[in-house]
Write a protein that binds this ligand. Structure first.
Ligand code: X2X
Length: 357
């Protein structure tokens, strides 16, 4: 036999082998999960991945983390085991680089994210609208906005970045902790090294006279412990308590200066790969999981401060009069970032908030 004929026969054998193996469940990312992973979409079979990755910046001990876990559980339940979402906490899929999660979902390297708007804003500037200083006077105002057309429209912006928004969750109002002194006026913040995440917070802290230091969340506890930073800001029930920040911080000021929403989103190509029935089931899982997540983030709010006092923290609640100079000093930052967000979005948010007062 000639070499040419031999090669031809070998290639033919290989082809037969490959064809006979289609559907036999060998490796590969797009492969259906066993026999269960095939969804019927109007007669055609849809190849599902054996695992869809969901990224979060925090541990599963937090209310935020519990929301991610609940979503994964409900997706499994509502899709009858067809869609398997696996939660990757502590920003492990991005090596701790919390601001990269949105771009990874945009590119499709990660399928889902349950992410703070703070971490999304470096990729999508519109999401800084939630962080504008003193935008939200109350939880009622927050609820009104996220359930409004303005809140919906902001989720739609994800579409320009190859993502689909499935709903809002909550990290909460961010309160200030430090190890140096109680903060009652902007003067008390002079020179304090406060850990923050993004540029808007750097500018807020500078406007108040503090010395902001940008740092990923994964490094915060140790940095507080070692005195590399004096303070940080995060929600009480959502983050400060479950992460035992009280073990390394003496003072806390409740100032509600910035509200941190969570967004549950999915890569658009992944979303469009699901037939309508699965989309409906996954959306229902998102609605139920986010309602649960917001509920647990608010439970224990009242006891949270007492808990921290019991743990030895000195907790300061600011009166409206005490808050006034903080608002005044950060107003230029509000105005500057309102331009970056887009004035139409900011105005739409402000109008909903004003309607609550
Ligand atoms: O990094 C933070 O402070 C955290 C956990 O709240 C966010 O991911 C924005």
């Amino acid at each position: 036999m000639s070499k040419k004929l031999l090669r031809f026969l070998a290639a033919g054998m290989l082809l037969i082998l490959v064809l006979s193996c289609v559907g036999c469940g060998g490796g590969g990312q797009q492969e259906p999960a066993g026999g269960e992973g095939e969804a019927e979409g109007e007669g055609e079979e849809v190849a599902l991945k054996s695992e869809y990755k969901l990224t979060m910046n925090v541990s599963t001990d937090t209310c935020w983390g519990q929301g991610g876990v609940k979503f994964a559980e409900l997706v499994n339940e509502y899709t009858g085991g067809k869609v398997n979402v696996k939660v990757y906490p502590n920003a492990q899929l991005v090596g701790g680089d919390q601001m990269r999660q949105a771009e990874m979902v945009q590119s499709g390297a990660i399928d889902f994210m349950l992410n703070s708007t703070i971490n999304i804003a470096p990729t999508i500037p519109e999401f800084d609208v939630f962080s504008l200083p003193f935008m939200f006077p109350s939880y009622e105002a927050v609820d009104a906005v996220v359930n409004s057309e303005a809140g919906e429209k902001l989720l739609d912006v994800l579409g320009n970045y190859n993502m689909v928004g499935l709903g809002y969750g909550e990290n909460g109002f961010r309160e200030l902790t430090n190890n140096v002194r109680p903060i009652k006026s902007p003067d008390d913040m002079k020179g304090l090294k406060i850990r923050v995440v993004t540029p808007i917070y750097i500018d807020i802290m500078r406007a108040l006279g503090a010395n902001p230091i940008a740092m990923n969340w994964g490094e915060v506890f140790t940095s507080l412990q070692q005195g590399v930073i004096d303070g940080q800001e995060n929600p009480v029930v959502g983050i400060i308590i479950p992460n035992k920040i009280y073990e390394v911080q003496k003072y806390m000021t409740n100032w509600h200066y910035s509200y941190d929403a969570l967004v549950l989103a999915v890569n658009k190509d992944v979303w469009e790969s699901f037939p309508a029935e699965l989309q409906e089931q996954i959306q229902r899982a998102a609605d139920d999981a986010m309602a649960y997540q917001i509920q647990i983030s608010r439970e224990g709010l009242a006891e949270g401060n007492d808990f921290l006092r019991d743990k030895g923290m000195e907790v300061t609640d600011l009166t409206p009069e005490q808050l006034a100079p903080f608002k005044e000093l950060t107003k230029p930052v509000y105005d500057e970032y309102a331009e970056k967000v887009g004035l139409d979005i900011v105005k739409a948010f402000e109008e909903v908030v004003a309607g609550m007062q």
